[in-house]
Ligand binder design. Structure first.
Ligand SMILES: CC(=O)N[C@H](C=O)[C@@H](O)[C@H](O)[C@H](O)COP(=O)(O)O
Length: 511
């Protein structure tokens, strides 16, 4: 195949939102066939599995990529020679490869040699003119603007037409790609010198296009409220409040949660502490320990916080703060915060926070599950029967175990002793990690998440995640969960609930 095969082509990238409802071979093949039927002359397809599904249905050239999230490299697109091989085997004609100048597992030159040896053309996904120069030096056939705007800093809104023009001075084989959302922009790219133009999201990511229209209508109807959100996290000993805009904390404060107090009293204390912010927020989000359903709050463990039965949290907050309110469980809110921190690159994640107690949340195919979902601390199977899991693993348990063995130490001291090689402490910590590993293995079977995000003082304590991973190492790879450390810290719940309350995710963000 010669590069001219793509001359003046509309290339449609059929890459569904990962983990979203369209992320199935049948939809990818459907999009591909519809695009070809309507005049697309080439396709860009992610993963060998989807290339194979599409190859069976269409004859047009396929640009194949594999996307990976590597721990030790920011390079995502086709990082390995084995990926090149898999794409070629599946029927790709052109292999696209990240050509940015960043740490990577295998050199661009080696990947290009491998693709050429298999008789495939190569496309360089570039972020800059420098990337394009290097890619051409490596013998690549096409250079694309794919990664312009995606290697740091805020993501732009428009396509990088200037880069297309500059690249076209280096080679005729320039593929315009990235944020081309209208026919006008595609034509502008062609006029700027693009050899072919790729359009992705605007044609094949229903979630994105729907959100564009939704936001435009909210603006037109004047229903969009750009004011910050008052986010509140009510915990067993303290409550935090913050004014949050666009995921950024503008102000923060904290007040003690009076033990023996009442929800009315806790809310009044927060109202008083945030008095200076009145009028600055357009919505209130509350993340609260316990069970929150349809805005109604109740205790699951009265020892954590003595919440009276069926307290109308949403209603009370709306009348006190004078703004629409949304309330969810605190760990579920944190799960959403951690999900946002992944850039929504994953479809399903499970969040597990291990500290004094244990909580969690599930984001399933881009939607936060509420109600009882994620209350892993109360499950029993991983602790071996009658006792709730958190009573066999949490901080309280670790300190109690140490005391039972004659070491009056708090949890951090037990971790330190374990790190220093003291066998009694290592046994306690490892015993906890083993039980968490059992739970994680079961979670994998229940939700098949892309990752389990581990947070909390114990979850993030030195060496704990490694110990959990060691206990999971014997599982067959398909059954082994991917564990990652939480990124947002103590404010994950505030960030998460602020986003939920802003109605930013109207539609199907909460189930
Ligand atoms: C940055 C990155 O990972 N880009 C990916 C590359 O394959 C895809 O997510 C894009 O959808 C594709 O480039 C088409 O762009 P747009 O969807 O904006 O039309």
């Amino acid at each position: 195949m010669q590069p001219d095969i793509l001359k003046n082509s509309l290339i449609v990238s059929c890459q569904p939102v990962p983990g979203g409802p369209m992320d199935e071979p049948v939809f990818v093949a459907g999009f591909a066939m519809a695009a070809v039927a309507a005049g697309a002359s080439a396709l860009r397809i992610e993963s060998a599995r989807y290339v194979r599904a599409v190859r069976e249905k269409v004859d047009v050239p396929i640009i194949g990529i594999v996307k990976r999230d590597l721990e030790d490299s920011p390079v995502r697109i086709t990082p390995f020679i084995s990926d090149v091989q898999d794409l070629a085997d599946a029927g790709a004609d052109i292999i696209a490869i990240d050509a940015t100048d960043r740490p990577r597992p295998e050199t661009l030159a080696d990947l290009v040699v491998a693709a050429r040896a298999l008789g495939k053309l190569t496309m360089a996904d570039c972020s800059s003119l420098e990337d394009a120069r290097h890619a051409l030096d490596c013998g690549m056939d096409f250079v694309g603007t794919t990664l312009s705007g995606y290697v740091g800093g805020p993501e732009p809104d428009d396509p990088d037409i200037a880069l297309i023009t500059e690249m076209a001075r280096l080679t005729p084989y320039v593929i315009a790609e990235g944020r081309i959302r209208t026919p006008q922009q595609a034509a502008d790219a062609a006029r700027a010198g693009a050899f072919a133009v790729t359009v992705g999201s605007a044609i094949t990511r229903t979630e994105h296009t729907t959100a564009w229209f939704r936001d435009a209508l909210a603006d037109a109807y004047g229903t969009a409220d750009d004011r910050p959100v008052l986010a509140i996290d009510i915990g067993g000993t303290k409550s935090m409040a913050a004014l949050i805009s666009g995921g950024k904390v503008l102000e923060r404060t904290r007040v003690p949660t009076a033990v023996g107090g009442t929800p009315d009293g806790w809310l009044s204390a927060i109202h008083a502490a945030t008095g200076g912010w009145h009028g600055r927020y357009g919505a209130v989000g509350i993340a609260a320990t316990g069970l929150v359903e349809d805005g109604v709050w109740q205790a699951l463990n009265r020892a954590t916080l003595n919440i009276p039965d069926r307290y109308p949290l949403k209603e009370k907050a709306e009348s006190l703060f004078g703004a629409p309110a949304l309330a969810v469980n605190d760990a579920q809110a944190a799960a959403w915060g951690e999900y946002l921190a992944t850039g929504k690159t994953m479809g399903t994640i499970v969040f597990l926070t291990i500290s004094t107690g244990i909580g969690g949340g599930v984001v399933s195919k881009g939607a936060l599950m509420t109600g009882l979902a994620g209350h892993f601390g109360l499950t029993r199977s991983a602790s071996g029967g009658a006792t709730p899991f958190e009573d066999r693993v949490s901080g309280k348990f670790i300190a109690a175990e140490a005391a039972r063995l004659g070491h009056e130490e708090d949890t951090p001291a037990v971790f330190k002793a374990a790190a220093d090689g003291e066998a009694w402490a290592a046994d306690i910590v490892d015993g906890s990690a083993a039980k968490v590993a059992t739970l994680c293995g079961d979670i994998k079977l229940m939700f098949d998440p892309d990752a389990i995000v581990i947070g909390g003082g114990i979850g993030l304590a030195d060496g704990f995640l490694t110990r959990i991973s060691q206990h999971l190492a014997a599982l067959p790879p398909r059954l082994r969960p991917e564990l990652v450390s939480a990124r947002c810290g103590a404010e994950a719940g505030l960030i998460g609930v602020a986003d939920l309350a802003r109605g930013n995710n109207q539609g199907k963000c909460i189930i």
